[in-house]
Design a protein around this ligand. Structure first.
Ligand code: FAD
Length: 261
């Protein structure tokens, strides 16, 4: 709080140190939080799975609790960079950084996660859908610390994580985190979240509504794919035009719906 505005929290350093090297950021003070107790690890209690902010990508990738309860995150983690980066990069760092092409923010939207945020006035909780506000922009204030992500566990859900990148480990051109039920031959409570498709992760409400309560037929999947154009207007990047990204998002939507069904 004393240095708010001039201080940066340092976790795994896998994004922050790169921005320091490139002189994109030049805080007066770095506050290393890696020694703080109680911010690390995965815990399941009272139907809620909690991931501490300092839990590394590698710990998430290898956690039996994540594999059992949140297979979406277990599928997504190996897509983050390379092993050397996953060994030190943290869950909290990725969420606080809010890179629009990062894997966890889209997963957290699909899983309807809550983030626990601490400041001098106490703790508050913010839902993932209200947390990611824009390009590298979140609900975190400069004198606050992200403490954990919380995921309410419910039976009967299936997940699929898919992404396209030029090489494995690169940031995604586009990716999808899909989570929902498939009961009695129909989709229910479906959430489709996309990375690399906007300034922030995109929750595609219209595409999901197009197949909600319906079977996984070619016509219904095509309706969801068509509706995506109303959910997103992906910015072009160095390699892909906006139209290419929308096309790829549609391809991944078809694959993810088939996987859920
Ligand atoms: P840091 O770099 O230490 O911090 C990042 C930002 O978050 C800083 O602004 C810091 O102040 C803030 N911060 C950190 N922890 C907290 C907290 N608890 N509360 C509040 N603010 C906090 N990421 C992907 O998602 N997908 C990829 O494909 C990918 N590829 C990469 C490739 C390379 C070559 C590299 C170097 C990185 C890549 N990353 C990728 C980024 C990596 O996942 C980082 O680990 C992650 O984005 C940031 O986590 P960190 O712990 O390293 O945070």
């Amino acid at each position: 709080e004393r240095h708010a505005g001039d201080a940066k929290l340092l976790a795994g350093g896998q994004s922050l140190v790169a921005t320091l090297n490139l002189r994109l950021s030049s805080p007066g003070i770095l506050i290393d939080i890696t020694g703080l107790p109680g911010l690390s690890g995965v815990k399941v209690e009272n139907g809620v799975l909690r991931i501490g902010a300092l839990t590394t990508h590698r710990e998430i990738e290898m956690s039996p609790e994540i594999a059992e309860h949140l297979p979406l995150l277990a599928q997504a983690a190996p897509h983050i960079a390379h092993a050397a980066i996953r060994n030190v990069g943290t869950f909290g760092g990725s969420i606080a950084m809010a890179d629009p092409a990062a894997e966890y923010p889209a997963c957290c939207l699909a899983l309807d996660a809550q983030f626990v945020i601490a400041g001098r006035k106490g703790e508050r909780r913010v839902a993932a859908r209200a947390f990611f506000r824009g390009m590298y922009e979140t609900a975190l204030k400069s004198d606050e610390l992200l403490v954990a992500g919380e995921f309410r566990l419910a039976p009967g859900y299936a997940s699929a994580f898919l992404e396209l990148s030029r090489r494995h480990g690169d940031y995604a051109i586009v990716g999808i985190a899909a989570h929902g039920k498939f009961e009695g031959g129909c989709f229910a409570d479906l959430r489709l979240a996309y990375l690399g498709a906007g300034a922030a992760p995109v929750l595609a409400l219209r595409a999901a509504a197009a197949v909600e309560g319906k079977a996984c037929s070619a016509a219904n999947v095509a309706a969801a794919q068509a509706a995506l154009a109303k959910d997103m207007d992906p910015p072009a990047d160095l390699y892909s035009s906006s139209a290419t990204k929308l096309h790829l998002a549609r391809v991944l939507t078809g694959r993810a719906l088939a996987a859920l069904a």
